[in-house]
Structures are given as C-alpha cells and as structure tokens.
Design a protein around this ligand. Structure first.
Ligand SMILES: [Zn+2]
Length: 433
C-alpha cells in the first residue's frame, strides 16, 4: 500500500489523499482549498476523477465542509462516494439554497466502526467530534498495512466523548497516522473554549440584550446551533432560524437536534431563500415549515424575546422590518473573516445601524494537546500532520516531515527501512566472515 498527499499537506483545507494497493485506488477527500474558486481550481491529477478508470474504487468524504468535498462538483457522477448518510442529506438539501451544496448519485454510506470492503481495501469509519455534522476519521487497511486518516476533529465540542472513546480504544498496529493540525501555530490554540463554555457566554449576552439578538453562525454548524438553542431555553428566548438552516437541522435525521416542531423554534424565510425555493420548486419544504413561520411584519414586536440567526444578505429586509432598535450582533464564526472585505462591510453596516458587535466562537479543530493525545494513544510508526499552515512546526512536534504533493510514500515506510538495514548488516557479516 502506498499513498500520495495531492493537496492539503501544507495548507489548511483542500485535502486530497490518494491510496493505492494492487493497482486499485481510493481517494480520501476531494477538497476545494480555502479561498479558492471552484472554476479556477483544477482537479488533482488522479486518474478516474474526470474520465472513466475502473481502478478508482471510490472517494471517501470525511465530512461536509467544502475544503474536504468542494471539488466533487467536477468529478464524474459514477464514481462511488463514501460519506455519512446525514452528511449526504445535509449537502443535498443545501444544494437548494447554495451552489456549495451537492447531490451525489452513487453513495456508499459510512457508519461508525462498521468496516466496508472495497477491492483490496477495508475501510473502517470512526465518528468524530467536529464542527461539521456526521464527520468521520477512517482506518484504511490493505496488504496487512494500516493507515489512519483523522479527517478534521476536536475534543471540546458537543460530541467530545467520541474523541475520548477513540483514545480509550484506538485501532491497533497503525503504520501511518495522517492527522489534521489546523491549530498548530495559532496563538489562541492553547485557550480553546468548549461548546459548554460558549453556552454560558451566549446566556450572558442574551440576558444583557436590550433588543433583538442576531447571531451570525454557520447554518451547518449543528453543535453551535444546539449551543444557541440551549442558551435560548435558559433565557426564555425563541430561536428564529432561516429556512435553509431549518432544512439542514431536519436533514440530520436526529430527533434530539432542535428543529421544526420544537417549542421556541421559529422559521424565517429571507427573500433570497424564497427565490431559491421558487427556482427549484421546493414548495414541499416551505409547506413543512409553515406552522412555525415568523413573518417580517412580526419581527419588531417579537424582537426583545428573540434570537435570530443572521445572514448578511438579510440586512436590507431586517432594516425594513424596523426590528433593529438596540439590537446586538453576536459574531460566531472565525474572527479572521471580519478583517476581509465582506467582514469590513458588515462592520460598517452595524455602525450605521447602531448595532453592538460581540464575538462568541470556538474552534472546530483540536487543540495541540489533543493532537498529542491522539498520537500517543495510537502510537503509529509514522505521523504526518496535514491540514496545517506550519508543516515545519508539525515536523518539529511530531517528528515527521511532510511529503511533497507528487511524492508517493510506501506504507510501512519504516518497516521496509528496518528490513533493508537488517539485510545490509547481514551482508556486512557475510563479507567480514
Ligand atoms: Zn472541517
């Protein structure tokens, strides 16, 4: 078995790893690099993505973040996609509202710790704690060798027990660990808050609010939506989500996740999303959520008892609804986005409207100490940190340099080297004898 990290080795996002055994191949993630445009980004040079090639057996999509699946838009529809069932449904429903969503044709569902045999490979998915719902790490076995690909993960989310379970019971005999390292070298990585810590912060902000609370968070960050909903319950607020988010919540298929039918949850249909529903004729979706809808003309009266999920495209209609007096906006995304052009424009608008801006966010990725714990628990022969902006630091801390983007690495590298060393020692002995 050998592998090649085509993308995402020395950057955060755009992951794509090809694995080969006995002439058959698998791909782990087909990400669109962060900040890249789909039209301008070619597929990695892997046979079978764009043209038919039976040696490509499938693509594993570890989780529904664009930097892990975004280039799937350019892949032939016939290629089997191995993905979590809820992740697949989320991307499917997202395709109604955003070009980032996608509908797959040929699906092999991943299930926690249920091995899948495909050609010479056995793939065992491990459900992980991450800011994307239904995220997996995968163990890939072939020819008696084992590679563990962590995908993206953390330990401080609402599913932290999944990480602790993996530490208690990791796969044995792993030759190569390909592990994400997003938080390596980030100054704030040492003081990562948990979702429970954030819940307390949201409660504090909700209590202090003198008007409508807007929260700018991702509609696909289910952990965060649960955190906000729980804070709403504890402060007697209703949570208003847009229809796209309501559809994503429903797509989780998990009755414990707040969704349509939950008391205190209302659904708002922003005009941009209304057009998407008309364009795609998704009237059933709108009909399903009709009973908990809240309309623009109700927003001003309901402002003080409401927390509303915010999208920048809603600015005009919210101002028109006159619901923004004494409003607060809680920014619940990576703060770096605020320095970009869109973020600057948002801040200008908030100033004009007299809206207070506060930040409340935590990373979707593991703290460095958790990365070390995973490395220690698995004790692989070789650890390569990917999904990092600082590969030099990764090599320093985990002892393994990152291969180049066209470099094929044999698994297990070290066993071969040891065998070779033994052989050369024996030759030496023979010679001297
Ligand atoms: Zn991710």
């Amino acid at each position: 078995m050998r592998f090649c990290i085509h993308r995402g080795a020395k950057e955060i996002g755009g992951n794509c790893v090809e694995i080969e055994s006995q002439g058959k191949r698998l791909v782990l993630d087909i990400g669109l690099p962060l900040d890249a445009e789909l039209e301008d980004t070619p597929l990695p040079s892997i046979k079978g993505l764009a043209e038919a090639d039976p040696s490509l057996l499938g693509i594993v999509i570890s989780h529904p973040h664009q930097d892990h699946y975004g280039l799937a838009h350019k892949v032939r529809a016939e290629v089997p996609i191995l993905i979590g069932p809820a992740a697949q449904r989320i991307l499917e429903v997202a395709s109604i509202f955003t070009p980032g969503g996608i509908s797959f044709q040929n699906i092999i569902p991943l299930q926690d710790r249920a091995p899948i045999a495909i050609g010479p490979f056995t793939i065992t998915p491990y459900l992980m704690d991450h800011s994307a719902y239904d995220s997996y790490a995968v163990l890939v076995e072939a020819e008696g060798n084992r590679l563990f690909y962590s995908g993206d993960f953390r330990a401080h989310g609402r599913k932290g027990k999944l990480f602790r379970k993996l530490l208690r019971d990791p796969p044995k005999g792993v030759d190569v660990l390909l592990m994400e390292g997003t938080n390596l070298g980030r100054e704030d990585a040492q003081a990562i808050q948990s979702e429970d810590d954030l819940e307390k912060e949201f409660i504090r902000h909700f209590k202090a609010a003198k008007g409508l609370v807007l929260v700018y968070a991702s509609g696909q960050n289910i952990d965060r939506l649960v955190t906000i909903f729980r804070a709403c319950l504890r402060t007697g607020k209703q949570f208003i989500v847009d229809m796209y988010t309501a559809a994503v919540l429903e797509a989780t298929g998990n009755a414990n996740i707040p969704q349509h039918g939950f008391k205190n949850l209302r659904v708002y249909l922003p005009s941009r999303q209304k057009w998407k529903i008309i364009e795609t004729r998704s009237f059933d979706l709108a009909k399903r959520h009709r009973s908990c809808r809240i309309f623009p003309e109700e927003l001003a009266d309901e402002a003080l008892r409401s927390v509303m999920l915010f999208r920048p495209s809603m600015r005009g209609e919210l101002a028109k609804a006159k619901c923004l007096a004494d409003a607060t906006l809680i920014y619940s995304l990576w703060r770096g986005y605020l320095d970009r052009q869109d973020g600057q424009r948002l801040q200008e608008w908030l100033m004009q409207q007299g809206i207070i801006l506060v930040q409340c966010h935590t990373s979707g990725h593991a703290a460095v100490k958790e990365l070390k714990k995973l490395g220690d628990a698995m004790s692989p022969k070789d650890t390569i940190v990917i999904h990092t902006a600082v590969p030099v630091l990764a090599a320093e801390q985990f002892g393994c340099s990152t291969p180049g983007s066209t470099e094929w690495v044999q698994v297990p590298k070290y066993r071969r080297v040891r065998a070779w060393a033994r052989q050369s020692r024996n030759i030496g002995k023979r010679d001297s004898g």
